[in-house]
Design a protein around this ligand. Sequence first.
Ligand SMILES: Nc1ncnc2c1ncn2[C@@H]1O[C@H](COP(=O)(O)OP(=O)(O)OP(=O)(O)O)[C@@H](O)[C@H]1O
Ligand SMILES: [Mg+2]
Length: 423
Amino acid sequence: MTEVAEERIRVLIVDDFAETRENLRKLLQFESDIVVVGAAGSGHEAIEVASETKPDIVLMDINMEDMDGITATEAILSEVPFTQVIILSVQSEQDYMRRAMMAGARDFMVKPPSSEELIATIRRLSVFARDKRKEFEKPAAADVAELPPGAAGYDSSHRPAGTVLAFYSPKGGVGCTTIATNIALGLDTEETPTVLVDGNLQFGDVSVFLNLQSKYSINDLTARMDDIDPEILEDVLLLHESGLRVLAAPPRPEMADEVNADQIRTIIQFLRRHFAYVVVDTASTMDDTTLAILDTADLLIAICTPDIPSIKDARHLFDLLHILEFPTENVCFVLNKMDRKGGISSEAVGENLKREVEAVIPMDERVVTASINKGIPLILSDRSSPQSRAIMQLMGTIKQRLSEAQEQEQEEEVKERPRMLGR
Ligand SMILES: Nc1ncnc2c1ncn2[C@@H]1O[C@H](COP(=O)(O)OP(=O)(O)OP(=O)(O)O)[C@@H](O)[C@H]1O
Ligand SMILES: [Mg+2]
């Protein structure tokens, strides 16, 4: 590549209509400082071409058959963090715009853009792309990663989108909060910063389990939905002494109404850009909020206890997930409070529900309740207890499941490529 080409602004065009791609290309062809480095006709192809060509700017269509432009934007930014995405859409609705911005897009234009407007926007954003590209190429970038989210100089752009884990049971009191809290603590390391979200908006007790007191909660984020940034996050997230960040439930049950399903979805999407894991403790009511949480989850950890009412509810849950087309492979089934005296074995539960039980956590009221009452989770206060060990084992299973899913996704992508490129 010549030096001149390198200095030009590198643009990738994404649209499922060949004619639109061609029109956009024509609008840019006489600009000596702009070069179109690629064009893609689908979301998957866009991700692939963006990884290869590392453009400064992506012109992104919103409605594509395989993947919408917002999802493709998120994926491209996790591969090429310095790219500036301009969404081009026939719709100009606020909601699209907000979602696009939350996904990391830098501008939003209604189709067809005028050539002056498009070229001016590309030139304006190319400055950011250049600056970010330089930053990204600096070897010192690794140091930045060590800053906590929200700290001055923290940059989440190096990080691929985090994984959302939702802990859920249709029956209350089975141990969701106990397990979610311990797993979040176990996952939270310097390399994999983790946030624990109390998704039980009415009666959430995550802060009690961690002995945290603060006036800040999720309501402080919903009140500033349009301008959430890492600094606001730093103010609102509680900091546990272990380093784990926590987004607390509203301080009073009646305040739960102030948080709607779209907001919780947007907040989780925002958090996943700043943390490696977003662990959500979910209420047992299957309402819009819970559905929104499950919808964002990469892995649903479904918890059940070995008693008939809980097994019955678990069956209803699996049926419902089937209706909702939630992928079976994204569910990890856990039995808590396992007690031989109850007379129901984990094998019997697995057979009855036709689903493998992937972790069994034994019952011990004394150990578990004592840790909750002290506000010190088991994996910190009683690491050698059978419950802690079972929870650590569950953490291993979760990581394994996630890496298998990732491998499979990559394999599928490789399989799909020839078809997409051959279109
Ligand atoms: N393995 C266990 N052995 C004994 N008791 C347990 C175990 N796990 C949880 N518990 C107890 O069960 C009770 C409920 O636990 P937890 O609050 O975690 O459940 P939950 O599903 O989040 O409930 P809720 O529906 O109220 O949100 C607590 O008193 C806790 O001590
Ligand atoms: Mg709970």
